[in-house]
Design a protein around this ligand. Structure first.
Ligand SMILES: Nc1ncnc2c1ncn2[C@@H]1O[C@H](COP(=O)(O)OP(=O)(O)OP(=O)(O)O)[C@@H](O)[C@H]1O
Length: 310
């Protein structure tokens, strides 16, 4: 059953089209990823579905209600963690949770949430003295404190170190497994590939691809790629022979290897052609596509990575 249905959503800021035409459906109990480059319209889309902004066109239904005209119907059922949400520097972790809990009719137990998020030992710590990862976890706890059926998490792991990111991912899976539907906004491929049960890639305010990570990776191409290392004594013209095979699209040199791309039969055809010339590659390994390749194909842009932090 869909808990969120967005149809032909549109939002402009003056001349600027932030969301051109977005349609998507989120099913109960899944982690749904919204992936896209900076400025694609992801945050605006989730702000519209949370009823924080008014759409210029299209419809949004969250748990059957229109968040714009019936905000009260979803207020206690949808929790949202917005990008860079800041708390007052001098509020303590438990105080913040207790304060937010007091806004809801049936809140989660702040102590249980602190435990779930690994913050029990930091319960008495001032917000300003928490590390980036701890602040992030606290903001996730705040999105969950109303015991929501749906939690929207925007740029969950931006600025976290690799270990904190992995811990946060494990936590999100635990939250999903406890029955909460999660909408995860991210521009990190690895995060979407690892966490999302299904995802939509948004570019320039439109959905350009949608499906499970595996479906997206498998769809749209019958091209295959592999890399091989040729023996030092291979005849010089053997690469010309490979490149001339009908099944081969391209042969490129990558460090000590050659990368060959072509149709579904590219690997056996190349191996056979080499064998006819008495050449046996020292090593062959297939190169599988990942979500990053899909992203580059459908958006034409390279995603950002967390490498700077590693
Ligand atoms: N309040 C606003 N006024 C004017 N333009 C805006 C406003 N909010 C967003 N935009 C513009 O709308 C476009 C979509 O922004 P949005 O924040 O939804 O994208 P995003 O995919 O979430 O990107 P990011 O990851 O950088 O936050 C951007 O070009 C942005 O500059």
């Amino acid at each position: 059953m869909s808990v969120i249905e967005i149809t032909n959503l549109r939002k402009t800021y003056g001349e600027k089209v932030a969301v051109a035409d977005v349609s998507l459906a989120v099913e109960r109990g899944e982690i749904f990823g919204i992936l896209g480059p900076n400025g694609a319209g992801k945050t605006t889309t989730v702000e519209l579905l949370a009823g924080l902004r008014h759409a210029d066109g299209g419809t949004v239904r969250v748990l059957g209600a229109d968040p714009q005209s019936e905000p009260a119907a979803i207020r206690d059922r949808l929790g949202i963690q917005l990008q860079e949400s800041r708390l007052p520097a001098k509020i303590r972790a438990r105080e913040a949770l207790e304060l937010y809990a007091s806004f809801y009719p049936d809140p989660a137990d702040p102590n249980e949430l602190l435990e779930l998020l690994g913050l029990t030992e930091k319960a008495g710590t001032l917000f300003k003295d928490l590390s980036g990862g701890q602040q992030q976890r606290l903001s996730i706890a705040l999105a969950l404190v109303g015991n929501p059926e749906i939690a929207v998490l925007d740029e969950l792991t931006t600025g976290l170190d690799p270990q904190a990111r992995r811990d946060t991912w494990a936590l999100i899976e635990r939250v999903r497994d406890s029955g909460v539907t999660i909408v995860l906004v991210t521009h990190f491929m690895d995060e979407a590939e690892r966490l999302a049960d299904r995802l939509a890639i948004i570019d320039s305010g439109r959905v350009v691809a949608e499906g499970t990570p595996a479906e997206l990776i498998a769809a749209g191409t019958d091209r295959r790629t592999f890399r091989m290392r040729l023996p030092a004594d291979a005849p010089e013209d053997v690469l010309d022979v490979v490149a001339a095979l009908p099944e081969v699209d391209a042969v490129t040199r990558v460090a000590a290897e050659h990368e060959v791309t072509g149709g579904p039969r590219v690997l056996p055809d190349v191996v056979l052609a080499l064998a006819r010339r008495d050449v046996v590659p020292d090593e062959i390994r297939t190169v599988t596509r990942n979500l990053e390749d899909v992203f580059v194909e459908v958006t034409g842009s390279r995603p950002e990575t967390q490498e700077a932090l590693v």
